[in-house]
Design a protein around this ligand. Structure first.
Ligand code: F6R
Length: 260
């Protein structure tokens, strides 16, 4: 895994946006896997700016979001459908028919999950998957103990995740218990993965994912097995890593052609 430690979330987000912009410029029909939450907000702002000011064109791009709460209609302000419209889609030119987000109201959830996997396959697979990390080490909503080979399915949130996400709902009790999420195996099939982590609250999860053993108790640790994974953090989220000198040394000495 490539570890990129930045002074703050802003500079880290600019790098993430540049990685995505490069993928989209090299392959205008790129398939992007997208995340919600507070972490990618500045990255989406920068992508919107690149669209507005530099003409970054999303008209051929297809997107697949990681997850959605079961039981929330798309118009619910805390749904990930609403989040994506508000923070990304309404600012760029992704075609509505190319946008895919799990359907929290699907009447037959297993059938929906199979069709989501099939749609990703039919689109040619995900070229670049953006991830945040939960304070408990989850990616997507694959909570600790998730199968590292899992596919899109229903999952039950941990008490910690419901409390972490309480702000959007008013209280932890109001956060839905169930979600639909891409599986760890679905995420691992992406050709490139970008995991972002900001703030000291994520430091333990990042250290476990990057330097700990590969274990279902830290689902993000499976990214150690991914051939093209970048972990971009701010100083706070990097605080519990032990080899930061080496990671900074590597990043500062990248050959020009590898720089973003
Ligand atoms: C969101 C997702 C989650 C979040 C994670 C971090 O689509 O899949 O894994 O990335 O819970 O959330 P924030 O960024 O709000 O700290």
């Amino acid at each position: 895994m490539e570890i990129i430690i930045q002074p703050n979330a802003e500079t880290a987000s600019l790098i993430a946006a540049r990685v995505i912009a490069r993928v989209v410029r090299e392959k205008p029909s790129a398939v992007l896997g997208l995340a919600t939450g507070s972490t990618p907000l500045a990255m989406y702002r920068e992508l919107a700016r690149l669209h507005r000011e530099d003409g970054l064109d999303f008209s051929g791009v297809a997107t697949f979001n990681l997850d959605e709460y079961v039981g929330l209609p798309p118009e619910h302000p805390a749904s990930y459908h609403a989040f994506m419209q508000e923070h990304f889609f309404r600012h760029v030119n992704v075609r509505p028919e190319n946008i895919h987000i799990p359907d929290g109201l699907a009447p037959d959830i297993p059938a929906f999950c199979r069709s989501y996997e099939e749609a990703i396959r039919a689109a040619g697979g995900i070229d670049l998957q953006v991830l945040g990390i939960g304070s408990d080490g989850h990616i997507g909503f694959n909570e600790p103990s998730s199968s590292l080979a899992s596919r899109t399915r229903i999952k039950t949130l941990t008490a910690q995740t419901r409390s972490d996400n309480a702000a959007n709902f008013g209280s932890a009790e109001k956060v839905p218990i169930h979600v639909i999420t891409m599986g760890v195996g679905t995420i691992m099939d992406a050709r490139q993965v970008l995991i972002l982590a900001f703030g000291e609250k994520k430091a333990e999860a990042v250290a476990a994912a990057v330097e700990g053993p590969i274990t279902a108790m830290s689902p993000a640790s499976i990214l150690q097995m991914h051939p093209v994974a970048k972990c971009i953090t701010d100083e706070g989220a990097a605080a519990k890593l032990t080899r930061t000198d080496y990671y900074r040394w590597v990043y500062d000495r990248k050959p020009g052609w590898q720089k973003v």
